[in-house]
Design a protein around this ligand. Sequence first.
Ligand SMILES: Cc1cc2nc3c(=O)[nH]c(=O)nc-3n(C[C@H](O)[C@H](O)[C@H](O)COP(=O)(O)O)c2cc1C
Length: 167
Amino acid sequence: MREIAIHDLCKYVDPMNLEKEWAIALADDGRETNGLTIGWGQYGTLWSKPAATVYIHKSRYSKHIFDGAAYFSICYLKPEDKPTLNYFGRVSGRDEDKIAGCGKAFVTDDVAPYFADSRVAVLCRVMGRSDFDVNSVDAGVEPWYQRAGVHTLYHGEIVKLLVSDNA
Ligand SMILES: Cc1cc2nc3c(=O)[nH]c(=O)nc-3n(C[C@H](O)[C@H](O)[C@H](O)COP(=O)(O)O)c2cc1C
């Protein structure tokens, strides 16, 4: 993969189409690596940094790993990798080691792990974490929180952007 300028991200990822595009967010807390398929997120500017926010529900096994990690990655895969996106979105790391089970190669010597053959890999440094106040959300959002637990927002500074050679 090759590194490109962070401001070129939107040439490769449509920020208004994330729920259709899907990605896998990965983190390593020094003890274990895990990831989950994500459909929500934002790219933009936060605290005067190029920023990415991902939303991880408290029920996800990944949550405690993201809580203990200083960095995370957001990986967009190639069209033929749809089974990997389904696997990371259907199976929990609580039940299976998805990193071993997916059969894919990972880059592990950068700030955060990422799929070696990602179409796009966005590497982020955690600037902050926050939880929704369920009492503050409007009626349209409440149905998302009928069961216990809210999403935690992980606010990352984008520190590196990598694309595959033929992305
Ligand atoms: C298309 C798609 C998008 C998803 N988006 C999110 C998301 O943005 N945040 C989240 O917490 N879970 C999301 N999920 C659910 C998790 O990927 C799923 O629960 C996963 O199994 C959690 O894995 P873990 O328990 O190993 O963390 C999504 C699932 C799919 C299939």
